[in-house]
Design a protein around this ligand. Structure first.
Ligand SMILES: [Zn+2]
Length: 162
């Protein structure tokens, strides 16, 4: 056991530059990558009820913000506002939810979720019980706009961190 793992809450929290075979975000192959940079990748969360829902995932296995290297922190906080701004521009949602939980998958990832008043869970979090089972009449249009958003993010993310 390394000193690092003794200091951490559990062995699965230990940061690593190598993919961990027991971690879904280290090994996941089927994710739809919108953009990939040196430290972070942006993936399409593929949630049909939530067009534009993405996850910003650390490339290496790291669990807590305090464990991020300086460059990882800098890129994170350059990317989040750019992503937020482009979501506003393309989708004009009521609100953008940004959350990092990691209770089930302790590999740092940020949920970035455009929200609308007529989405299934508004104004609660998307992980709460649904309030509304009626699909928004604007859902198809929002999905089309989300595709354009993903296209725009490729250049915007690259510009933000390089
Ligand atoms: Zn991992």
């Amino acid at each position: 056991m390394s000193l690092l793992s003794i200091l951490m809450k559990s062995k699965r929290d230990e940061p690593s530059s190598k993919p961990r075979p027991d971690c879904g975000l280290c090994t996941r192959a089927e994710e739809v990558v919108v953009w990939r940079g040196a430290f972070w990748r942006l993936i399409d969360a593929q949630q049909p009820d939530y067009p534009g829902y993405m996850r910003l995932v650390a490339n290496r296995h790291v669990t807590e913000v305090s464990w991020l290297a300086k460059a990882e922190r800098e890129h994170l906080f350059k990317l989040l506002p750019v992503i937020d701004e482009l979501i506003c521009e393309h989708l004009a949602p009521e609100k953008i939810n940004i959350a990092s939980l990691g209770n089930q998958v302790p590999h740092m990832h940020w949920h970035i979720i455009p929200r609308w008043k007529d989405d299934p869970h508004f104004p609660d979090s998307i992980w709460s019980s649904a309030r509304n089972n009626m699909a928004s009449p604007e859902l198809a249009q929002r999905r089309e706009k989300a595709e354009a958003l993903f296209q725009s993010l490729v250049a915007a993310c690259k510009k933000a961190v390089y």
